[in-house]
Design a protein around this ligand. Sequence first.
Ligand code: PMP
Length: 431
Amino acid sequence: MSNYIGPQEILRKKSEYLIPCVYHFYNEPMQLVRGEMQYLYDNTGKEYLDCFSGVSVVNCGHCNPQITEAICEQVKTLQHTTTIYLTENIVNLAEQLAQVTPGKLQKTFFCASGSEANEGAALLASLYTGSSEFLSLRQGLHGRTKLGMSLTGLSFWRTDSAPVGGISFAPNAYCYRCPLGKQYPECDLACANEIETIIKTATSGKVAAMFAEPIQGNGGMITPPLDYFKRVKEILDSYGILLITDEVQTGFGRTGKMFAIEHYGVEPDIMTMAKALANGTPVGAFTARPPIADVYTRPGASTLGGNPVTAAAGLATLKYIAANNLPARAAELGKVLKDGLLALQEKHSMIGDVRGLGLMLGAELILEGKIPAIAEIDLIIEKMKDRGFLLGKNGPNRNVLAFQPPLVITENDLSNMLTNLDEVMSSLTPS
Ligand code: PMP
């Protein structure tokens, strides 16, 4: 007999002791107790193929032995000092980030989460430009803090009824349901062009920065056309507005390149990161070009930011990604998965759209007339869980199946998952 308390007791304690905003998936959730690369195990010993990675975190796999060893070694030696004392992991990790991030991004501030990274990046942009107005994209998600939530363009994640002002939202490049009713490429990137109109009409003209995820994760894997960000950057540059790319979900090999913005041939002025940077150890960071970074001179400290253990995890993660060429692996396996999903789309009319890059893919589920298949997606992810496959879901209507497995997943795993998804969807629709 195991010593685990089990899902029912967890649910009871959860409702009694956790603030109820901490929601969970599934009608009948399991208790996860162990992870090993692309697999998770529950308290009964049942194995699950993880296709969501704790939302794009464990790119190198659960409890990756090489990363775990580096963490354990550091935990046993020196866990914490804070940045008023000199330690070396933090500067070595910052140096490596300067090497792997695009363009002239060079100087980093470390914190403990993605929300905090975006807060910090916004502050830096304000210090540099003297403005505290921002642009953001509809359906974007940038965090759970006051400003992060205010920058978020999804009402599902906007609980605060008194958000921060001075933020204007631009239509996103959601080609499957174009917010401007147009079609790519005849639209001539009307959604990007709209940013200029918004600057001219909804702002003072002096805006600090625009926040954008290269691919909107929670927004439903919204993947802009490959010429989109060049146009956006041109517009922003002409008004002296910085581009802050939020790579919290897209970073570290996920999309087939180290960072998703590299697909678009654009160099951001500031980049924010978290999640996969330390493969599951709490981390956040923002990196900027030196002229921008160098205006932040007054003391700023994050007690746990860049602590020796997290930084050791980050260094081991970057080493593993490079040694195993995970971005190329994500590109290759992403093609296999996308082709598989497109083949399922031929068979199942419920799959309205398949989109994404590398191993960051989404399948938008619809009923007749493009109505979001909301109840159906819940049934699908529940049945897939029962069969031992964990899928994600997101999008403004919560009807997009999300596929973001650990990048160490195999072709055989993906093929198994697709076979099961096909069977589960067939059991729902008399196609
Ligand atoms: N930005 C993006 C793109 C995210 O997906 C998330 C979390 N899902 C955040 C920011 C916030 O990160 P955290 O939960 O680490 O605060």
